[in-house]
Ligand binder design. Structure first.
Ligand SMILES: Cc1cc2nc3c(=O)[nH]c(=O)nc-3n(C[C@H](O)[C@H](O)[C@H](O)COP(=O)(O)OP(=O)(O)OC[C@H]3O[C@@H](n4cnc5c(N)ncnc54)[C@H](O)[C@@H]3O)c2cc1C
Length: 512
């Protein structure tokens, strides 16, 4: 299970192709043929486009991640007679929310992620019971110096029994902890919608200037905690996202489903299928062309074409920009700046149970000056099999390790060295298990995810909630029958992808 580099090489190749219209392809072929002709030879006839059957549909959804599945299911629920086809480029559905099952019974999420029970939209559309969610404990264990043992950051509002631990934890000052209570209280008492109308700044400024937290507290707790969520430095992420995420973590539990995070997408795919959506994988869309009465959507050259009255583009933001810029009237999108993408790497280690920490809790690297250096590349870790036993077979345990972009770059092409550095670092976190970590833990999988999340901070890419931005507007009003959804239209979270998907599904149903 070494996924990532190769997967993304394939993906980028497909995306290259997707930016090439069929017409442009045949034009280039024709030009090449013309150039090769000598004066004595007549130029060969231009290659003719093979006629491919065009299949009619009422709605075509492009992209089978959480937002596309949700949009298709919602449209099908509201318009049961409509013919809805969903085209997914990859061989599997789920997009960024997928889990791999190893032959020996481990579940590896494609990148460490958690599901927050309190996500306002998720709780209205997902069957939590079926997911068999199990919670993390609130707070975290933090490594604050190279030699100290792990310190506990507790949430005294949800764990009153941990009040004293919380007050005396060496992570921040007493004043920091009092101020943290104010942050929690603000998060809990403010409706989610209000955060997205507050003035926006970056998260670092919010923590320092609005809440007066000390640099030490931020560096030891908030930086590793939030950077492991945003996958970006605090000064590059929206204060609105901070307030939203912090409210979610303060109000509800972070959880893992028994079948891995991929079970969330599987549930949505079943919903869409039951509602009558025709789900097609291995169908990368290369072109969308506008016609008088709808759109012609073409998948890999010569394979298939669909003529749909309406289209929902439910890809990630970068792919959406490329597809949309091919449509007559939207060509100027090609020249607009792309939304930057956040990257992350996740490594999984399998070993004989018990795990070094038998509590379902997140473990953070808060060693100031050392976090994110080649000797300390791990930002955060946890034991998914301790949170939900579905992640490992009986008698075994699984450790998930998150590496942020700087260290991905530093170890590019040196995965063996990274593995060694990770084991050494974990050996300092769990010294009593050091020998096993160094010699017995098995590296089970490595995932490098190049477009893990869209950056969100003001400008043309704000984080927004309340259903996300309108699906009829993507950096300008879209032509009739064309809709866009995805996390890049709301918040870079599962909740954002779901709410944007619902909104697009509802809008599509009105057109059917
Ligand atoms: C490692 C990682 C950790 C995360 N952690 C969390 C977390 O803890 N909590 C949380 O709430 N969120 C988390 N997220 C974010 C969350 O997973 C995403 O916001 C959400 O899954 C996005 O869904 P989407 O449908 O908008 O996009 P995607 O999942 O990207 O779906 C888009 C789909 O479109 C397909 N596609 C692209 N181009 C084409 C084409 N030309 N033709 C056909 N199909 C195409 C893609 O293959 C993909 O399947 C995490 C993401 C990652 C990667």
């Amino acid at each position: 299970f070494t996924v990532g580099t190769q997967q993304h090489a394939v993906l980028s190749l497909r995306r290259e192709r997707s930016s090439t219209t069929e017409l442009a392809f045949f034009r280039r072929l024709f030009r090449r043929n013309k150039k090769q002709a000598t004066p004595s030879e007549p130029a060969p006839a231009p290659a003719r486009a093979k006629r491919i059957p065009v299949e009619p549909a009422d709605l075509c959804v492009i992209g089978g991640g959480v937002s596309g599945l949700m949009a298709a299911a919602e449209a099908a629920k509201k318009s049961p007679k409509a013919k809805i086809i969903l085209l997914e480029a990859e061989e599997t559905l789920g997009g960024r929310v997928q889990s791999d099952k190893t032959p020996d019974g481990f579940t590896l999420d494609r990148g460490f992620a958690v599901f927050i029970e309190d996500y306002p939209v998720a709780k209205t559309v997902l069957d939590y019971k079926q997911l068999k969610l199990k919670p993390f404990l609130p707070g975290a264990l933090v490594k604050i110096t190279e030699t100290s043992s792990l310190a506990r950051v507790a949430d005294p509002l949800r764990q009153p029994e941990e009040l004293l631990t919380a007050l005396f934890a060496p992570v921040g000052t007493f004043v920091d902890k009092m101020r943290l209570l104010l942050v929690i209280q603000h998060a809990l008492s403010t409706p989610v919608e209000n955060f997205f109308t507050e003035n926006e700044t970056d998260t670092e400024t919010e923590l320092k200037e609005r809440w007066g937290l000390s640099d030490t507290f931020i560096d030891r707790f908030f930086r590793p905690f939030l950077e492991g969520i945003y996958l970006a430095p605090l000064n590059e992420q929206s204060s609105r996202m901070f307030n939203f995420i912090f409210k979610m973590f303060s109000a509800g539990a972070a959880t893992l489903p028994a079948g891995g995070m991929g079970a969330i997408a599987e549930q949505l795919a079943s919903k869409a299928k039951e509602a009558g959506v025709d789900l097609r994988t291995g169908s990368p869309v290369t072109n969308v062309r506008k016609e008088e009465d709808g759109y012609v959507i073409t998948t890999e050259l010569g394979k298939a074409a669909i003529r749909a009255k309406n289209v929902v583009v439910a890809t990630d933001g970068a792919a959406a920009q490329k597809l949309l810029s091919q449509i007559n009237g939207l060509e100027e999108l090609a020249a607009k700046p792309e939304q930057p993408q956040r990257q992350v790497m996740c490594m999984y280690y399998a070993f004989d149970a018990p795990a070094p920490v038998e509590e379902p809790i997140l473990i953070l690297n808060g060693v100031i000056g050392k976090r994110g250096t080649p000797e300390c590349p791990v930002n955060n870790a946890c034991f998914p099999s301790v949170v939900n036993e579905g992640y490992a077979p009986e008698g075994k345990a699984l450790c998930s390790v998150t590496i942020l972009k700087d260290m991905m770059d530093a170890y590019e092409g040196k995965e063996g060295d990274l593995d060694k550095a990770v084991r050494e670092q974990l050996g300092t976190w769990f010294p009593e298990c050091k020998d096993n970590i160094l010699s017995k833990w098995e590296l089970k999988g490595t995932y490098k995810i190049k477009n893990a999340q869209p950056a969100q901070l003001g400008g043309p890419f704000p984080a927004s909630i309340n259903g996300g931005r309108s699906p009829t507007t993507y950096r300008g009003v879209l032509p009739q029958g064309l809709l866009v959804c995805g996390d890049h239209m709301a918040t870079a979270t599962l909740n954002g992808a779901l709410e944007s998907g619902i909104r697009a599904g509802e809008a599509a149903a009105k057109l059917l």
